[in-house]
Design a protein around this ligand. Structure first.
Ligand SMILES: *[C@@H]1O[C@H](CO)[C@@H](O)[C@H](O)[C@H]1NC(C)=O
Ligand SMILES: *[C@@H]1O[C@H](CO)[C@@H](O)[C@H](O)[C@H]1NC(C)=O
Ligand SMILES: *[C@@H]1O[C@H](CO)[C@@H](O)[C@H](O)[C@H]1NC(C)=O
Ligand SMILES: *[C@@H]1O[C@H](CO)[C@@H](O)[C@H](O)[C@H]1NC(C)=O
Ligand SMILES: *[C@@H]1O[C@H](CO)[C@@H](O)[C@H](O)[C@H]1NC(C)=O
Ligand SMILES: *[C@@H]1O[C@H](CO)[C@@H](O)[C@H](O)[C@H]1NC(C)=O
Length: 851
């Protein structure tokens, strides 16, 4: 129900005498009465018109529409019964002529109404009584004019709410303590742009920005975010508007200097952006492969094309961030109403309407309605912010509505500001919550310029919202990229490293190449991490995996040979055992002690089995089995041998001295001794393997390879039984040496001597070879060969000749007889042997006999 009045204020200080300093146009005010007055600083006139005085430019459409929108919003609030009932809001709109300097004046003249009675103001249609308290100003149209407005108003501590000024500069609360806005600040737009860059992995981009507060602060915000998110801005070039051709060429030539920066962000108003894009099109031609990411201030393709000569095909694939405007319900009807009604809304509106009708050459406005461009929901939301803030304040300060008039008149800007900043309300643009800097959150539309069948169109991809989670929400499949491609362009200055490589910086700024890691290293956080010695990287070089050790292969010629020899040895042992059993009553066999020989052959059999246990893939069981088999096969082989050689020695030694037979010569006691020794060895071997077992181990190669071998690492227990065995062998050697004087026909002692000496030699040779062997096969083969050689030697030297002799000697009795016959003459080897072995007592006599 606002009663609209056009009020022309003649400020005394700016009267005709001082007209030189303040333009006449600035004395005109569009005012509506109310209990409270909302001030507004909006552009009505252009600043220049040729050589005319300031503010003599033509009346603009936008300013008039915005003024109508303000009036509409206030009337709507005044109509409401739930918002500020019984309180009328009025307004006072003044012209700033798009001028930063005049904005100071406009703001001061508005703000001072709360501090001083406007006695120097001549009201024509509105009485001073109808002019309520003014403690808030809305405006202005841009950041450039809002900055002086906010500064001037802050002198009077009057809050300024801007629906249009987006510059980050205004977020500085030390400089603009009384400023807040309903339009999202550019820092949010920079965030939206940064999120777009991140979404498509564009980490190497170029940046052009206009040299004004919008461009500089927008670019600064983007650069900060880029640094935070690891986006490299290859070049960042300011552009003046209007710039000279040389400047533009220089700026655009940066693109050629950074050919990998295929995405270019332009934060600029439409004029400067138009000249950059046009220059790029000139220099690189139209099918260039540059993707533009644009700020909202130049997302006007028709203006770019019509006013700046930009070929829109050069913008194909570009992505724009644009403020989200919502339709204002009811405004169009309201506008048409003031447009056509007889009572003029304002002299400015009337002036513009006349100009519009003249320009459009129509006599009736109904035939040429003014096109509505200022459908700006942020302005409506600013008016609502004022109303909600006032309501909150009054709720606190005056419960009793009858006494509210005095409270309202006493409100000061500094009382009101906290209520504005503390507001939470649902506006047309969404939910408003102001942060400490007076900035709201915000939403942007994300647009994509496309050509479908050679027709230019702007496609809405989705939106970006200033919330913590999932801010960018776009339909990726709807995007058309530069050149009509379906795949996003790459804007990176780094090679794509294959697995196993790390990125390393190159000399060129922000560019990366690849470097290969050592082949036993994985890549972690772009670092080469060496795997442990027994691990190897997987195919992706992400994790180290244990290397499966390779056991000796049974197809190796060496292994095959060893196995054949072992098999042969087993067969021979078996034959020897059979021969032994078959001729068990034969004098030769008896002479050599059947029991000891049996045990000896058992030891040999075990020794021929040892290679099999050594060559199977090492496991805890196989390793312990090998350890015990090897330890015991030596014991079983050499314990009887020791007894044999000891017996031979003692027989001859005793024979030298007396007729009394040496003790412990019987098979039973011999067997007992051997079994005793064997039992002791079993204890040693088992205790050894329990205390320090032989276990599977890995043989690691240097330099590291993806191949390691498994083998049985002999423990100290094995060493203990080896030492015991060595003692037995050494004692064998001792007696073999002592018995060396035994007549040569005592071939068994000779053969035993050969066997034990060679065991020592093989052992000595095998140990260093085993220790220094580089591969598991060498180690195992050394061990096997040493064991096999020993066993074969024993077999060939001790048993085969005996069996051979038995088989060849046709008549044992003859042989025996001949032996007896030849005893006296001192010849006949078999005879002596048989005599030695026949019985407990006879050998002594035999021995004595030959002696
Ligand atoms: C306010 O109410 C008046 C009277 O009901 C009506 O004519 C006018 O259109 C309303 N204005 C708005 C902006 O709603
Ligand atoms: C508005 O004013 C009328 C008349 O003065 C009064 O009856 C009514 O209660 C007031 N409404 C409120 C919400 O204060
Ligand atoms: C993009 O354009 C530049 C310059 O026109 C050219 O050097 C480059 O090869 C082009 N790249 C691709 C992928 O087409
Ligand atoms: C407003 O009213 C509430 C209760 O309705 C009361 O508690 C409060 O003190 C009042 N405040 C003022 C400023 O009168
Ligand atoms: C408050 O102002 C309204 C008009 O704005 C008037 O009708 C009313 O009488 C005033 N009340 C007091 C208590 O002054
Ligand atoms: C995304 O865009 C494609 C292509 O324009 C369209 O077919 C699809 O329906 C869109 N998806 C959504 C969720 O809007």
């Amino acid at each position: 129900m606002a009663f609209l009045t056009l009020c022309i204020l003649f400020l005394m200080a700016a009267g005709p005498s001082a007209g030189g300093s303040i333009p006449d146009a600035a004395h005109v005010s569009l005012t509506s009465p109310g209990d409270v007055i909302l001030g507004a600083s909006l552009p009505m006139h252009g600043w220049f018109s040729g050589s005319g005085p300031p503010c003599s430019g033509s009346l603009g459409r936008w300013g008039n529409e915005v003024a109508a929108l303000l009036s509409f919003a206030i009337e709507e609030i005044n109509n409401r019964t739930d918002l500020l009932p019984n309180i009328t809001i009025g307004y006072d709109i003044r012209d700033n002529c798009y001028s930063e300097t005049l904005s100071v004046w406009t703001a001061l003249s508005l703000a001072s109404t709360s501090e001083r009675p406007q006695e120097d103001v001549e009201f024509t249609k509105i009485s001073p009584a109808e002019y309520g308290n003014l403690f808030c100003i809305i405006g202005t149209q841009s950041s450039a004019t809002t900055i002086p407005t906010a500064q001037a108003a802050s002198l009077y501590r009057i809050p300024v709410i801007s629906p249009f000024a987006t510059s980050n500069e205004l977020s500085d609360k030390r400089r603009f303590p009384y400023f807040l806005r309903t339009v999202p600040p550019d820092s949010l737009q920079a965030k939206a742009i940064a999120d777009i860059l991140l979404q498509f992995g564009w980490k190497y981009v170029g940046l052009y920005f206009q040299l004004n507060t919008y461009g500089i602060h927008g670019a600064q915000a983007l650069l900060d975010l880029a640094e935070l998110h690891g986006i490299c801005v290859a070049f960042s070039v300011p552009v003046r508007s209007p710039g000279t051709k040389a400047e533009l060429y220089d700026a655009v030539s940066r693109l050629a200097a950074f050919p990998k920066a295929r995405v270019v962000v332009i934060i600029s108003e439409v004029t400067a952006a138009g000249s950059i894009v046009r220059t790029i099109e000139e220099l690189f031609g139209i099918p260039h492969n540059i993707t533009f990411v644009g700020s909202d201030a130049w997302a006007f393709p028709s203006t770019m094309h019509a006013n700046h000569g930009v070929d829109l095909r050069g913008l194909q694939g570009s992505i724009y961030v644009q403020l989200k405007y919502n339709q204002i319900p009811g405004f169009e009807e309201y506008f048409r109403y003031i447009e056509t009604r007889d009572v003029t809304f304002s002299s400015w509106f009337q002036g513009f309407k006349d100009k519009w009708m003249k320009d459009n050459q129509c006599s009736d406005i109904a035939l040429c309605p003014i096109r509505i461009a200022a459908n700006d929901n942020f302005l409506v939301d600013a008016v609502y912010a004022f109303a909600y803030g006032l309501q909150d304040l009054l709720r606190d300060r005056c419960n009793d509505t009858t006494d509210c008039n005095s409270t309202i008149q006493a409100i000061r800007g500094q009382d009101f500001l906290p209520y504005l900043l503390g507001l939470r309300f649902q506006g047309l643009a969404g939910k408003y919550v102001f942060d400490v800097n007076g900035n709201p959150g915000g939403k942007y539309k994300i647009l994509n310029y496309q050509f479908q069948d050679d027709v230019f169109q702007v496609v809405r991809l989705g939106e970006w919202e200033a919330s913590e989670d999932r801010r960018l929400d776009v339909n990726l499949s709807a995007i058309q990229w530069v050149g009509g491609s379906r795949d996003p362009p790459a804007s990176l200055c780094r090679e794509i490293c294959t697995s196993g490589h790390i990125e390393v910086p190159l000399e060129e700024k922000c560019c990366f190449g690849c470097q290969q890691c050592p082949n036993n290293a994985i890549v972690q956080n772009n670092l080469c991490e060496q795997c442990p010695v027994d691990e190897w990287p997987d195919a992706s070089f992400q994790v180290c995996r244990p290397i499966v050790p390779t056991p000796p292969s049974w197809s190796e010629p060496t292994v095959v040979s060893i196995l054949i020899l072992s098999g042969l040895g087993l067969v021979l042992s078996l034959l020897a055992a059979l021969g032994l059993f078959h001729y068990r009553h034969h004098v030769l066999i008896k002479a050599a002690s059947r029991e000891l020989s049996s045990i000896n052959i058992l030891g040999l059999t075990l020794a021929f089995l040892a290679p099999f246990s050594l060559l199977v893939p090492p496991t805890a069981v196989s390793c312990r089995a090998s350890e015990i088999i090897v330890a015991l096969c030596f014991t079983l082989t050499y314990a009887p041998t020791l007894l044999k050689v000891n017996r031979i020695y003692r027989i001859f030694d005793a024979g030298k001295k007396s007729n009394k037979p040496p003790r412990f010569m019987g098979p039973r006691s011999q067997l007992t001794i051997v079994l005793g020794v064997f039992a002791a060895m079993v204890v040693v071997a088992v205790a050894g393997t329990l205390a320090s077992p032989t276990l599977p181990a890995k043989l690691i190669f240097y330099p590291p390879a993806d191949y390691i071998e498994a083998f049985c690492k002999f423990g100290n227990g094995f060493l203990a039984s080896l030492i015991c065995n060595l003692l037995i062998v050494l004692v064998c050697c001792y007696y073999a040496f002592k018995a060396r004087k035994v007549p040569s026909n005592y071939n068994e002692s000779k053969f035993i001597a050969i066997s034990v000496y060679s065991t020592l030699v093989f052992g000595m040779a095998a140990v260093p070879v085993y220790i220094t062997a580089a591969t598991v096969l060498q180690k195992v083969a050394t061990l096997c060969v040493a064991i096999l050689l020993n066993s074969f030697l024993t077999l060939f030297c001790v048993y085969l000749p005996k069996l051979y002799a038995i088989l060849l000697a046709r008549d044992v009795q003859v042989s025996e007889w001949r032996a007896n016959d030849k005893t006296s003459s001192g010849t006949g080897s078999t005879g002596v042997q048989s005599t030695v072995g026949t019985s407990k007592v006879q050998p002594v006599s035999g021995a004595v006999g030959i002696k």
